[in-house]
Each structure stands twice: as C-alpha cells, then as structure tokens.
Design a protein around this ligand. Structure first.
Ligand code: ZN
Length: 317
C-alpha cells in the first residue's frame, strides 16, 4: 500500500490574523497556510493572491469589510498555483492581473495543477465545490506595470524566475511594503516543484535590492521590521541553495534519485525541519532539482498520477 502524502496528516485548523502593515497595506495570514495581501488604495482595494476557494475568500472579504467599504477592483496573481488563485471569483473584481508567463502556465497546466494540488492538500481547499473553474487573468504584462488607485501607486514587478516562471511581486514604493508571493517564505519550507533553482538566488538579489522594510511572504507571518525581512530572504536563499547544491552533487556523482532524496533529506532536516510543510515539500523539491541538475530546463507538469507515483518511489519506506 502506498503511503499517504505527508500533508494528509496536516489537519489542524490554523488561526487567521488580519494585520495592518502600513497606511495602505494589510496581510491575511494563517500560521503558514497561504497568505493573501490586501492594499487599500484611495478609491479601491487590491487583493494579492486569493485563497484556494471562493468560500475561503469570503473570510478575507469579511476582514476587509471590517476596515473599509471601498470596492475591490483588482486581483493580482503572484503566480499560477491553484491554492492561491482559485478563490478569485468571490471578490467580484473587474481586473484580474498576472504576468503573461503566469497566464501561459495556466493555459498549459492550470487544470492539471488544480487536480494535483487538491489531491496533495485537501485541507487547503475548503468547500472545493465552490470553485467555478480556472481563474483567467484579463490583464497581463511583461516585466513591470503600475496600478494607480487614486494617488496610491502599486508596482507589479516580474524580477526573474524563481518559485515559478511567472513570479510577480507587488510593491508599494512610498511605504516600502512588499508582497512577495512564494518567492520568499518565512518559517515555511519553500516549494520548488515548479521552480528554476539556478535562477532563484539572483531573483532574490533583485527582491532584496528593492529595500523592503515590511514584507508579506507567501507563507508565514507578515514581517514588520527590516531585520525580519532580511531573515526571510536569507532563510529562503539558504534553503533553495543548499537543497539544490546537495541534489546537484548527488546527480553529478551518478546517484539515483531515491538515494539523492534520502541524503538531501538527512542533510536539510536538522536545519530546516521545523519549518511548516518540510516533509510535504521535500520530495517534490528534490524531484525538480534532480531534473534541473540533469538539464531539464522547464519543470515537468505535475499530475495527480505523477504525484502519487513520485511519493511512492521516494517517500515510502
Ligand atoms: Zn506556489
């Protein structure tokens, strides 16, 4: 019998926090579950990442309505992952914005990703039947765009590949607040199953160069000091770099994937094993790293069947 995904044992209800970071910026966080960013501009509200389902998004909307009655006009997708985008319909926003690369990934693999993510982590998809289908961005950009909500300036920046090909951050330059999506995590294990591991550190250099003083990571608490922002950037970089170096060295030495996984797990567990979803992420992370180290440039599509096979190959005893 195959072993269930590690995430299937992760059933504990998480405590939600809705906190104000600056005049315009708020964070909806949940102890390591996927975060949603909120920017309340002069005349409208912007959401950065939606939660997994419309029913879950309604809780975000309730928090927003406790502080403003301005209309929610913009939804920004930091990347294509189902757990971040499939709640979009609840907000009723006219503008759904993503990088062109993110939209291309939704076209190419959005449906498979939805099934894969749901099977991996059903707890994160409360009321999955409320999802009306894939979320389609109706505004796309390459590199950079600016949204003005009255006098509130929000820059949407594609700073390079990392967690995915299409990663976008939202930046409030006047307040030095950054919403990073899964490019940066805090006390949460980076998921790298769809990543570009050799490029991620350079992308983090560009993120760091913005000089954010507050940051909402993809997972983990909102960071409200330059020191904790730096800790999140350093921690993400350390994990991504050390995981990839371990896998690359193993592959170069001709070791099979299963052995490389076991060695990488043993090397990283003492350093990063306390971060949430470590056991969940590592098999996917090492699988992608092994591909990339072997010259597979673009991440292969994860399907529910591929997930199950990989988990059985690597994570079962
Ligand atoms: Zn993601």
């Amino acid at each position: 019998m195959s072993k269930a995904f590690a995430s299937r044992a992760d059933l504990e209800e998480k405590k939600v926090t809705f906190s104000r970071l600056s005049h315009n910026a708020y964070a909806y966080t949940a102890e390591g579950d996927p975060n949603t960013g909120v920017i309340i501009g002069d005349d409208a509200v912007m959401i950065i990442d939606t939660q997994a389902t419309p029913v879950m998004a309604r809780d975000v909307i309730a928090k927003i309505r406790s502080v403003t009655d301005k209309p929610i006009r913009y939804v920004v997708l930091s990347h294509y992952h189902a757990v971040r985008v499939l709640g979009a319909s609840a907000y009723g926003a006219d503008q759904i914005i993503a990088s062109q690369d993110t939209r291309d990934l939704i076209v190419e693999r959005g449906e498979q990703d939805y099934k894969s993510e749901y099977e991996r982590f059903p707890r994160l998809f409360q009321a999955v039947d409320s999802i009306p289908g894939l979320t389609w961005p109706n505004i796309t950009f390459k590199g950079e765009m600016t949204v003005w909500m009255g006098k509130t300036e929000v820059k949407l920046l594609q700073l390079g590949r990392g967690h995915t090909k299409g990663d976008t951050v939202a930046w409030l330059p006047a307040e030095k607040v950054l919403f990073s999506g899964d490019l940066v995590e805090y006390n949460a294990t980076p998921y790298t199953g769809d990543a570009y591991l050799t490029e991620w550190p350079q992308t983090l250099d560009r993120v760091a160069a913005l000089g954010a003083e507050r940051l909402v990571p993809g997972r983990g608490d909102a960071l409200t000091t330059p020191a904790t922002v730096k800790a999140a950037l350093d921690g993400t970089r350390a994990f991504v770099t050390q995981m990839y170096e371990s896998v690359k060295a193993g592959r170069a030495a001709g070791k099979p994937l299963k052995q490389v996984y076991a060695e990488t797990y043993a090397w990283l567990k003492p350093k990063f094993g306390e971060w949430v979803i470590f056991d969940h992420c590592l098999p996917f992370d090492v699988s992608r790293a092994y591909d990339e180290a072997g010259g597979t440039r673009d991440p292969r599509i994860w399907t529910a069947a591929r997930d199950a096979q990989m988990w059985q190959d690597l994570a079962s005893e």
